[in-house]
Design a protein around this ligand. Structure first.
Ligand code: ADP
Ligand code: AMP
Length: 208
């Protein structure tokens, strides 16, 4: 199963991706996580780090190369879930070409939809455990005592607002592209984590 999760920052893509990947036995591939790992290991060029810190996208060629390399790894043979990629039309087209050159194609694109009024709160109160990568929310899924919490620098309110604007300007144009190909499912992302998971599995089941 080759899946893509599309949705604005804070929609719950990472939270749901971990659940779906564990159930399907496929890797979660997050370009945001890959870029943050490169940064923490000192491998991210400073101009790219500056773009991320400002809530802007990094250039298409950078993330396309990351995905090309990552999806060739043996653990991607049974499939994969892309979380946060593609984010622009050129990225989506490059992904299609990359997969077609390997005689593969995407199975489904799930758009996780949450009203903007809720997104800011979801992102600003997001915290991740440094050791496990588990995603918490200070209000909706509070971390246990002893968790080593990290607050992403781009989860500050002003930067989140910029990332939401970037999503609306760049990523929303992906939806008609995938809708036209008949592989888009829109998922209501409002409700508890379990409720949203149930909607995702239902959508995957329906389109089998
Ligand atoms: P994304 O990967 O789309 O940016 P995350 O999965 O990191 O989003 O979720 C953003 C924040 O919202 C996290 O703090 C997460 O714990 C919280 N969250 C995720 N899903 C829900 C939900 N259904 N209800 C409330 N909070 C949620
Ligand atoms: P995310 O963790 O998905 O919210 O991504 C964090 C940041 O990484 C984004 O704000 C961008 O700066 C960068 N990034 C992640 N994925 C992409 C992508 N597909 N295209 C361009 N920039 C990306």
């Amino acid at each position: 199963m080759r899946l893509v999760f599309v949705g604005p920052p804070g929609a719950g893509k990472g939270t749901q991706a971990k659940i779906v990947c564990a159930a399907q036995g496929i890797p979660q591939i997050s370009t945001g996580d890959m870029l943050r790992a490169a940064k923490s290991e000192g491998r991210l060029p400073p101009d790219l780090a500056a773009r991320m810190a400002a809530g802007a996208l990094v250039p298409d060629e950078v993330v396309i190369a990351l995905i090309d390399e990552r999806t060739r790894q043996p653990d991607c043979m049974p499939g994969f879930l892309l979380d946060g990629f593609p984010r622009t039309l050129p990225q989506a087209k490059a992904l299609d070409e990359m997969l077609a050159s390997r005689s593969l194609a995407l199975d489904r694109v799930l758009s996780i939809e949450v009203p903007s009024a809720l997104l800011l709160e979801r992102a600003v109160f997001r915290r991740a455990d440094k050791r496990t990568g588990h995603i918490y929310h200070l209000k909706y899924s509070p971390p246990p005592p002893g968790a080593e919490l990290e607050h992403r620098p781009d989860d500050r309110e002003d930067v989140v607002q910029r990332r939401l604007d970037t999503y609306a300007a760049m990523t929303a144009e992906l939806l008609p592209y995938y809708e036209g190909r008949g592989i888009l499912s829109r998922i209501d992302g409002v409700g508890t984590v379990n409720e949203v998971t149930a909607r995702i599995f239902q959508a995957l089941e329906e389109k089998k």
